[in-house]
Design a protein around this ligand. Structure first.
Ligand code: SF4
Length: 324
């Protein structure tokens, strides 16, 4: 039997999968109007995310996150290739250190999808088959590091063997007490995230484990993301979420309120709401600071404090995120 498509790399296949009836919907058609069929940052969307779009209450919002448009071609002053200063903070291949005694590992350059607003969309990162050994060597000489953050790309796209090698290389270093994973797979490829379940279940015996998901819209959460989060919570992971404030996706109080409540229903606490990083090709997603503060003030009146994310911006060279 032919195996089902798990991801779309061709926009035409993706649109065909969504179907003519769907794409004729007025709100969806508006998003499709500016389509760029040959984007510099190539199109990639998982079938799971395409299914979320089909059943979304606001399909145009999710489409906007994933569909390349000609707006990405605009050159806007202040928008650059490395907006958060990752490249100068590189300490060794695949290792970035910006903050005191914490290090971030670019575990892979691969993601479950290519989000159009991604701050890393212009980075030269490559997959590094030697990442586990290089991280281990670096930690040998940096025993002040107590938290290691696995980022990417998406670390859960690593094959089970490579992911285990990396986790075990870090676990050999007793100074590292906290392991944090940044991932969008629970909403992009929950099936792939679950391939790692055996290892994810073991890790809390060795580290304090934190999973920071990246969910921007309540329609991204369904019973499959709930299954991933539920299993991890049961195994002792702390579950947090970070979102990016995105024009045309989540820049209204109703959507942000619903996102916080649905995350909580799935066992996840809203942690950060990021102002957009100024990467080349993303300016059309920008929400200005006054509007962002107004939205946070509004949801603060609707939600308990623990469901209101911190509104922050990352400024290159700063020693922490900056409250907005
Ligand atoms: S999953 Fe994260 S790193 Fe990957 S494209 Fe989306 S925002 Fe960028």
């Amino acid at each position: 039997m032919e195996s089902p498509v798990t991801a779309f790399t061709q926009i035409s296949d993706f649109l065909e999968y969504l179907s003519d009836d769907f794409t004729a919907n007025e709100a969806v058609a508006g998003t499709l109007a500016g389509l760029d069929r040959n984007p510099k940052f190539p199109f990639l969307c998982s079938r799971h995310y395409a299914d979320l779009i089909k059943k979304a209450s606001e399909p145009a919002a999710l489409l906007h996150e994933i569909l390349p448009t000609t707006e990405e071609l605009a050159s806007v002053p202040g928008f650059v290739d490395d907006p958060v200063g990752d490249l100068p903070a590189g300490k060794a291949e695949s290792i970035i250190q910006k903050y005191d005694r914490r290090a971030l590992i670019v575990s892979t350059a691969t993601c479950g999808a290519r989000c159009r607003f991604c701050f890393r969309k212009n980075y030269p990162f490559q997959n590094n088959p030697d990442v586990a050994r290089q991280v281990s060597d670096w930690l040998d000489t940096h025993n002040d590091i107590w938290e290691v953050i696995l980022s990417g790309g998406d670390p859960l796209t690593l094959g089970p063997g490579a992911f285990r090698d990396l986790a075990e290389a870090i676990a050999m270093h007793g100074s590292v007490t906290t392991l944090r994973i940044h991932t969008r797979l629970p909403v992009m490829r929950p099936d792939v995230a679950m391939q790692h379940f055996e290892l994810l279940r073991e890790l809390p015996a060795r580290f304090d484990c934190v999973l920071v998901s990246h969910v921007d819209h309540p329609d991204e959460l369904d019973e499959e993301s709930q299954a991933v989060f539920g299993q991890l919570k049961y195994c002792g992971w702390t579950l947090l979420n970070q979102s990016v404030l995105l024009k045309g996706v989540n820049n209204n109080a109703d959507t942000l309120e619903k996102l916080s409540r649905r995350l909580f229903e799935q066992g996840v606490l809203p942690y950060y709401l990021h102002q957009l990083d100024h990467a080349n090709g993303v300016a059309h997603f920008e929400v200005n600071d006054d509007e962002a503060r107004r939205l946070i003030a509004e949801i603060r009146t609707r939600l308990p404090g623990y469901l209101v994310p911190k509104l922050v911006r990352e400024i290159a060279g700063e020693k922490s995120k900056t409250p907005v």
